[in-house]
Design a protein around this ligand. Structure first.
Ligand code: DGL
Length: 269
């Protein structure tokens, strides 16, 4: 038994897609969430900058006495997860291997699409993860750099014209290739799921990287006997690096519960 909280971080709102799933699977766990909203997006930055930010994020969570870190950011996992594992002496969960495995099990025609931030796509991390499973997949990738800012801006609802146009533009080529499985390789993208699934059509299965990985985190903590055995609901603390106003509003909408006063603005520099 380990009653310390689970630490989760992302550049902004996206990691909440994973928090939502963790709350569902592990309702008794306390969670400390850090969204680096003052520096989002990470995906258009250099490997050096992303690594520096990721280390600062992880160091902040370690100060909160967490029992494990969930890196709810594909961008960080693509370029800096080894640095984090080397620098911090706590279990660290990444969000790339599991969705790659799920995609490999899901596809029937072996044509898999991957969308993510520019840094994630450039890193080739998903392609390598799929190649480790089988060399027979045809992999089609597309960076979608406007998706994260759209989500952070709250422009992600099913009828948002800008998000619809951006989706058509980014996913056009991948769709033409006839993929049957699409990895949403960024934890922000499930917030655009209505638009993405409408455009791709019902024959394309969408894989949510954060939600799939949350199940693995839950199983692993259980196996390692690291779960909080309290019977009451866990407490969630939110930390952000920019104003809490917009974040609290959008997070409450997304999580379907008012996070009210529980967000705190901090500085990582
Ligand atoms: N949610 C992050 C990811 O999964 C977004 C990164 C960004 O800020 O660009 O990649």
């Amino acid at each position: 038994m380990d009653n310390r909280p689970i630490g989760v971080f992302d550049s902004g709102l996206g990691g909440l897609t994973m928090v939502k799933k963790l709350i569902e699977l592990l309702p008794s766990e306390d969670i400390v969430y850090l969204g680096d909203t003052g520096r989002v997006p990470y995906g258009s930055r250099s490997v050096e900058t992303i690594t520096k930010y990721a280390k600062q994020d992880a160091a902040f969570l370690v100060e909160q006495d967490i029992k494990a870190i969930v890196v709810a950011c594909n961008t960080v996992c693509s370029v800096a997860v080894n640095e984090l594992t080397a620098a911090f002496d706590v279990p660290i969960y990444e969000v790339i291997k599991t969705p790659a495995k799920v995609a490999a099990q899901t596809t029937k025609n072996r044509k898999i699409g991957i969308i993510g931030t520019s840094a994630t796509i450039r890193s080739g991390a998903y392609k390598s993860a799929l190649a480790e499973i089988s060399t027979e997949f045809e992999v089609y990738m597309e960076a979608c750099p406007l998706f994260v800012p759209l989500v952070e801006e709250g422009w992600a609802d099913a009828e948002n014209e800008v998000a619809i146009k951006a989706t058509e533009r980014y996913l056009r080529n991948i769709k033409q290739e006839g993929i049957d499985t699409l990895i949403l390789g960024c934890t922000h993208y499930p917030l655009l799921i209505d638009i993405i699934s409408r455009f791709m059509g019902e024959n394309v299965k969408l894989i949510d990287s954060g939600a799939e990985t949350a199940s693995v985190v839950a199983r692993d903590l259980h196996q390692k006997k690291m779960l909080n055995e309290a019977k009451s609901n866990g407490k969630i603390k939110y930390f952000v690096t920019d104003s809490i106003t917009g974040f609290s509003e959008r997070a409450s909408l997304f999580l379907c519960s008012d996070i009210g006063e529980s967000a705190t603005q901090i500085s990582l520099e």
